[in-house]
Each structure stands twice: as C-alpha cells, then as structure tokens.
Design a protein around this ligand. Structure first.
Ligand SMILES: [Ca+2]
Ligand SMILES: [Ca+2]
Ligand SMILES: [Ca+2]
Ligand SMILES: [Ca+2]
Length: 236
C-alpha cells in the first residue's frame, strides 16, 4: 500500500514537472515572437497578376507558423467578409526574415507560398484588409482605402496602393508597428522578400519583376550587338 502511494506520488511529480517544463518552453519560445504584415501589392497596371503579401519576423526567435492563417477581408460585406483564408501551417520564419505569399510565383520574386490565385487575388478596395491570425488571436492587420471595424489598426486605414508596376504599400523602413495603419504604412518600392524601400529611393530598379529583368537583360544584349554592327559598318 505504501509502495503504491509512493509510486502515485512520483507519477504526479513527473506529470506536474512535465507540464511546467512545457509551459516554460512555450512561454520563452513566443516571448519575442512578432510576425508583421510588412508589405502589400494589390494593384498593378491592367489585370492584377503580380499581387503579394509579405510577412516579416521582427522578433529574436524563429517562429513556426503552424496554426497561423492569413485572411483577406472585404470591408463592404457585413456577412462573410473573408473572401480568402490561407493556412500557413508548415511554413516558418527565422528571426529577421521574410515570407512572401503570392498569387503567381512566376510573377513575384522570392515568393514562398504560391496560392494559385493568379489574378485578382487581393481586392482593390475600398475598405478592404488583410489580417494575420494565430488560431483565433489577431496578430497583425492592415486595412487600406478605409476602415473595417475590429480589423483596422488606428482610426484610418492605409493609403491606396499605386496601380503602377513599381509601387506597393509597405511598413516604414525599420518595421515600425505602432498599431496605426495610416502612420505605419506608406507608398514604397515593390520589394517582395527583401527590406522595404518606403518614402524615398529609386523604384525603377527594385520593382522590376523577374521576367521583365530577363527581358531587359536580353533586349540590352540585342541592343549592344546591333550597335556593334552599326559601328563596324561605319568604320568600313
Ligand atoms: Ca487586386
Ligand atoms: Ca502596386
Ligand atoms: Ca500591428
Ligand atoms: Ca519588402
């Protein structure tokens, strides 16, 4: 009887020790966890085919995104406003790194998660938004061209995305998050998977998508060959 009681006591001790250990590990591993919505490009010339959302881990620890999901929200709908919800299970973010969710990886550099929504993946407003959840907990959110109750950070949403092929809306350089969309985001160069260039800078280089870069390189080579032939003909 005494031995049985001792065994039960030992098992209880092991059980409580295990629970406390798990709690400590979980607490420390999420202590600095901060995943931010860092950049969005939802509007391009003509049909939108190079849309993306960029996430950034501004914390000191790597973060596994199991149980995270990214919701795209139509602020004009009172009923079922979420028009896309992408499960991020299986993805992870090292500290200081980026994760790019796009509609077509052939159109967006550094895309990590191709959703297969190759055009018009992100609605153009007004009053639309994107929200990042861990389970049911809202981690970060942005609305643009207006406010969505319960989603917008601050009193106003971010300004509209420029419909050019060089500009997006990005969190200010330094990954500022004061929980005020209007002051945390501004127009900047398209930089999926790399540090934002907001407020200043030459967007003509940073923004060109990969197929265009190849085209520019090829056209540059062709131009050089044509010019070389012209020079030879003149010399003759
Ligand atoms: Ca769009
Ligand atoms: Ca844009
Ligand atoms: Ca925030
Ligand atoms: Ca960026």
């Amino acid at each position: 009887m005494l031995i049985q009681l001792k065994e039960e006591y030992t098992m209880k001790k092991i059980f409580y020790f295990t629970c406390i250990s798990i709690l400590i590990i979980c607490t420390f591993s999420t202590a600095n966890a901060t995943v931010l919505i860092n950049e969005i490009d939802y509007d391009q010339p003509g049909t939108d085919t190079a849309e993306f959302v960029e996430l950034f881990n501004s914390g000191l620890d790597d973060i596994y995104l199991d149980n995270y999901h990214l919701d795209f929200i139509n602020g004009g709908l009172a009923v079922t406003p979420t028009y896309h919800s992408f499960d991020l299970t299986g993805y992870s973010l090292a500290a200081g790194s980026y994760l790019v969710i796009c509609g077509d990886a052939s159109m967006v550099m550094n895309c990590n998660f191709d959703t297969g929504k190759s055009s018009n993946m992100i609605q153009n407003g007004s009053s639309d938004g994107i929200a990042l959840y861990s389970g049911s907990i809202l981690i970060d959110a942005i609305t643009y061209e207006g406010v969505i109750d319960g989603i917008t950070e601050g009193l106003n949403g971010a300004l509209p995305d420029d419909p050019s092929n060089t500009m997006s809306i990005g969190r200010l350089m330094g990954h500022q998050d004061t929980n005020d969309n209007a002051s945390d985001f501004e127009s900047g160069c398209i930089t999926p998977g790399t540090a934002n260039i907001t407020g200043s800078g030459n967007c003509s280089v940073a923004a060109v998508p990969l197929p265009s870069i190849i085209w520019l390189f090829a056209s540059g080579l062709i131009g050089m060959v044509i010019n070389a032939k012209k020079i030879k003909m003149v010399q003759k």
